[in-house]
Write a protein that binds this ligand. Sequence first.
Ligand code: ADP
Ligand code: MG
Length: 235
Amino acid sequence: MSRRPLLILDGVDKRYDSGEISVSALRGIDLVITRGEYVAIMGASGSGKSTLMNILGCLDAPTRGHYMLAGTDVAGLDDTDLAAVRNRFIGFVFQSFNLIPRTSAQRNVELPMVYAGIKPRERAERARAALETVGLGDRAQHKPSELSGGQQQRVAVARAIVTNPAIILADEPTGNLDTKSTGEMLDMLDGLHRSGRTIVLITHEPDVAARASRVVRLSDGRIVSDERQAVRGAA
Ligand SMILES: Nc1ncnc2c1ncn2[C@@H]1O[C@H](COP(=O)(O)OP(=O)(O)O)[C@@H](O)[C@H]1O
Ligand SMILES: [Mg+2]
């Protein structure tokens, strides 16, 4: 597998300004993530983890510095191009699942492909296959409220992978799950990693971070450690 840089943050600052108050959420972040890495981002609440994820996911832009995604400086892109890059390269998984209520699992998983302009028939087939991959082939017509938390998060994973993105960004994906569902979620991420996906996982749980091949720690908007570790994922 090639080891080219996929994500490069160079001197990134993020400041939130609201009226009199200014918060420096990220300060001088330099980070290079290569294709196929599985990186856990750790840090206390308020240390800047979600801000970092929003920038990596092109949901927000740095106040200073550069972000290169797959060779493109995203600072130069307008909102339309940014959305296209996001759709092409990135699949998101959030702590709160972020599924559309009163809409079937199947339809939730189809949505990213609607934005990508894929035809209905292919959308349906690919959504079905993604739901099979996460073990929910028999729940395609269920609405989020008819599924357990663990199942809802699996629908979210199916939605994240259905466009075949190179990168999975997961912000505390196990934060609302019980122990069993947490284990299933981490096994799924291991599988995606083995199949060549680049994974960036935000967590404050050491057991969860232990599954990654690299752990980056944030404190007060700065990287305070960056260590590689032996992968301890399920066989
Ligand atoms: N939209 C926002 N407006 C103002 N301040 C924010 C905003 N989002 C985050 N912050 C602040 O930035 C800092 C980092 O927040 P965040 O990235 O959410 O940290 P974490 O995910 O590690 O808990 C915190 O001090 C937080 O209050
Ligand atoms: Mg957060």
